[in-house]
Ligand binder design. Sequence first.
Ligand SMILES: NC(=O)c1ccc[n+]([C@@H]2O[C@H](COP(=O)([O-])OP(=O)(O)OC[C@H]3O[C@@H](n4cnc5c(N)ncnc54)[C@H](O)[C@@H]3O)[C@@H](O)[C@H]2O)c1
Length: 377
Amino acid sequence: MPHLLAVSSYLDRYAKIKARPVCDYCGVHAQIRTQIQTNEDLFNAIFSDIISLQIAQGDEVMNIAVVGTGIIGVRHLQAIEQSKDFTLCAVCDVNVAAAETCAQKYGVPCFTDYKDIPFKTNVEAVILNLPHWLHCEAAIFFLEHGIHVLVEKPMANTKSECERMICASARSGKKLAVGHVQRFFQANRYVKKVVQEKSLGDLCMISEIRTIDYFAPNRPKWFLDKSLSGGGIVMNYGAHVLDKVFYVTDSRPVSIFATGGNIANDATIEGHSQFIMKLDNGTSVSVSFCGYYNSGYETVYYFTGGALKVVNGVNLFSRANAGWNEIPSSQPDNQLLLQLNEFHNMIVGASSEIATADYSADIIAAIEEIYAQSETD
Ligand SMILES: NC(=O)c1ccc[n+]([C@@H]2O[C@H](COP(=O)([O-])OP(=O)(O)OC[C@H]3O[C@@H](n4cnc5c(N)ncnc54)[C@H](O)[C@@H]3O)[C@@H](O)[C@H]2O)c1
């Protein structure tokens, strides 16, 4: 860290420590206060040690705003409430009632135009929970105003939008992460470990069959308009499946065959889709989506020495020869809180497991290919 940046960063953190009389690290903070106030020379001598100590303890409480207080936005607000790394400083939604309800609940200012946030708050990071078509422009706006961005999945509607977002992050030096949460689900972490350790042999195939009533009346209407959502079940749930496959296998597709359509209504998005991918590690993946009714979903991982099955993203089973045996697992953690922890790690330059912008752009590239194939079938 350059010296001047380190000084201003330290002073900023010190001001925050002074503003927080009681916290988990108050013993450390009291020690720092005494050192600084009683001995200026000592301060200079130990300056870099204090910075390292604070970074090591993750002690950089940052002001974060939430833009979009719909279905997932309110869950992010709950995660922020439990976070030691972030303090909520603002909420925003064009739906005034939704924004005001959240603002009152958490005691923070309420906005209906996200462009006011950088000028009227001391925001340092933002979570964007917006309709897909707004991800690119909102992310670029905040990055260009010096604010770190966690944007919900899918990263954007097109590869070119992803590239513009990546450039904005590089230009501003601010971090851009994407809310691909599959890596924070215990079942997926378990499968990844089995793949890496080869405890069931080599992974050869993955198969996912997912049904959901995609056209249910309670789904926000923008999801059903391709010009706003970028697509239907593939854009929305395909983003999760591709994330899971990329994460578990640490591989990317080298070829994709896809077909799909909508035979049930006149929405502009697809209601069903099937795609088969070959990954660069040789694994083949087949995915079948039916968006006309809901009976859950399951993912099966076929190895040379057995198989693993994950039902509805949570319940894990294994088999070698005879029937499936349930593997007891708990789902103790709030995935959005785990993701928030990793967003903080990314911002402070620590090792982070959050989905990067480059990774997430690969998912959009695969979705574009699936749609391109489906249109020509
Ligand atoms: N990670 C997950 O598991 C998960 C789950 C659900 C949704 N998502 C993603 O989160 C995003 C939001 O989805 P949702 O289900 O919460 O949708 P939603 O429609 O419930 O919420 C979107 C909110 O954005 C608000 N909004 C629209 N335009 C705005 C603007 N210009 N400024 C401020 N607010 C605006 C809407 O009023 C609405 O409240 C999508 O990208 C979706 O794919 C992720």
